[in-house]
Design a protein around this ligand. Structure first.
Ligand code: KIV
Ligand code: ZN
Length: 512
């Protein structure tokens, strides 16, 4: 019998808690399909009780995904648990994930509860959840900073009530690999019924050790589930990165001796999809999925790799899906080829009309750009929001003039609730002028907290992908826009962020 490591992806829940990373239902469904293709064991689809939108997302993912277990987070109270169970009802395989803080700081300052009250609530909530579903995960939030004696008491009780997975979060990223590994080992050794549950690790990356801590939890602590996100997405410094943890366990199978269901061929596509959807750009030197992860610049390395690949390479780029990044379509590609590619990429459009609209935009792009990559198609689809008539603001056209020594000027035509408006402005540069031209009409008053440009597929022929992060009245959103013209891409990203600012519903935070 092989020893299996369960991969639990929380990109759509903990990852989405990053500033501005909130996703629409369609975006989440698309990512969930990619995670299913990647053969992730458990997909945490959201926190159903946090908002009606999150409830609908969990439900839609539970309906659509058949090969992964679908999980919803819930606070340890009857209302949250019932709501999560309701959203998970269509799932072929569902899991309720209950959490309740157990550290002295969180119990006293956040929950304002005594340890005995927390103990009782954890027990009763698990009992309530177990009456609704068989697959129950319990997380003592801020578990790593909790008193081990108290934690043993709580975890023994929730296992006795039927919790099937015990997850030990390092909520604030405070752990050190060896200490975290022994922390889990110690809990498993001291809790008499610990063998009745699968043990899981959930590490945040505040000290840059989320992956190392998770691996220590597995190796030293005996955990058999890792909670992680694509690209390590997550609030503050993020979560444990799925691609890094998976490739570490796979590449060093000699050390870990564990098998996983994951199909790593889909890692790069998943990484691209998450970064394009959320606007969180992947740094070039990021392990496994960064643009430079397999690039050998130094002459000595290039020479070595040409003579024998394993002189400087411990993984093969194609094994994680880099070679799938090929030219897929061009100007002469027909609607069927386009539709097929959308399907291969996990993009499901609501109607034939939507496919026709996307195909028209694909043709427009193919007229301007000879090679269309998967990334272009994904950008075209994610950008739907700024051309979609359901959205408040839409992009129509832009003209701008810039010349050395002159102050740039821009004139933009946008739609507001379907009606066309023109805005004009000058600015420090063409992008500044164009965004000010939008503001001259919209007057959102939003503060821009991030602006970044990235080439989607490398060369200057590539589309520019722009991320704009706006903040207004405490809300933070990211807008992403793509176009071969980076000034147009910037305007689209800005409008996309404005649309999100107007549509983002209030929700309950999972932590804090
Ligand atoms: O980091 C954390 O503690 C969490 C829990 C809600 C599991 O995300
Ligand atoms: Zn977390």
């Amino acid at each position: 019998m092989t020893d299996k490591l369960i991969i639990f992806d929380t990109t759509l829940r903990d990852g989405e808690q990053s500033p501005g990373a909130s996703m629409t239902k369609d975006e989440k469904l698309r990512i969930a399909r990619q995670l299913e293709r990647l053969k992730v064991d458990v997909i945490e689809a959201g926190f159903a009780a946090s908002s009606n939108g999150d409830f609908e997302c969990v439900k839609a993912i539970a309906e659509a995904i058949k090969d992964s277990t679908i999980c919803s987070l819930a606070r340890a109270n009857d209302r949250d648990i019932s709501r999560a169970a309701e959203a998970l009802r269509p799932a072929k395989s569902g899991r309720l994930h209950l959490f309740l803080a157990t550290s002295p700081l969180h119990m006293e300052k956040k929950l304002r509860m005594t340890p005995d009250q927390v103990f009782d609530q954890a027990k009763l909530a698990t009992r309530f959840a177990r009456n609704l579903m068989d697959n129950i995960e319990f997380s003592p939030e801020d578990g790593y900073r909790s008193d081990p004696d108290f934690l043993c008491r709580v975890l023994e009780a929730v296992i006795a009530e039927g919790a099937t997975t015990i997850n030990v979060p390092d909520t604030v990223g405070y752990a050190i690999p060896e200490l975290y590994g022994h922390f889990i080992k110690n809990l498993r050794e001291r809790i008499p019924n610990s063998d009745k549950a699968i043990w899981s690790v959930h590490c945040h990356n505040d000290l840059g050790m989320a992956v190392a801590n998770s691996l220590a939890g597995v190796k030293i602590g005996g955990a058999r589930q890792v909670e992680c996100t694509i690209n390590g997405l997550g609030e503050r410094a993020g979560n444990c990165s799925l691609e890094e943890v998976v490739m570490a366990v796979k590449t060093r199978r000699d050390y870990f001796g564990l098998d996983m269901n994951i199909d790593p061929q889909h890692i790069v596509a998943a990484s691209r999809m998450v970064s394009q959807t959320t606007g969180f750009v992947v740094q070039p030197n990021k392990a496994v999925v960064g643009a430079n992860a397999f690039a050998h610049a130094s002459g000595i390395h290039q020479d070595g790799v040409l003579k024998a690949r394993d002189t400087y390479e411990i993984m093969r780029a194609e094994d994680v899906g880099w070679s799938n990044n090929k030219i897929v379509l061009g100007k002469l590609s027909g609607r069927n080829a386009f539709k097929q590619r959308l399907q291969d990429l996990g993009v499901q459009m609501e109607s034939e009309g939507d496919i026709n609209a996307a195909f028209t935009r694909f043709k427009e792009l193919a007229d301007r750009k000879s090679e269309i990559f998967d990334e272009d198609i994904l950008a075209l689809v994610s950008e739907e929001s700024v051309t979609h008539d359901k959205e408040q603001y839409g992009f129509v056209s832009l003209s701008q003039h810039s010349e050395t020594g002159e102050r740039p000027e821009a004139t933009i035509v946008i739609t507001v609730d379907g009606k066309e408006f023109k805005g004009q402005s000058d600015g420090n540069g063409p992008v500044d002028a164009s965004l000010k031209a939008i503001e001259s009409h919209v007057k959102s008053g939003a503060e821009m907290v991030l602006y970044s440009v990235n080439a989607i597929s490398g060369s200057t022929e590539s589309q520019g992908e722009v991320t704009v992060r706006l903040q207004n009245s405490g809300r933070v959103v990211n807008g992403v826009g793509a176009d071969p013209d980076i000034v147009v891409a910037s305007a689209k990203a800005y409008l996309s962020a404005l649309n999100k600012l107007h549509s983002k519903a209030d929700r309950v935070a999972a932590q804090g």
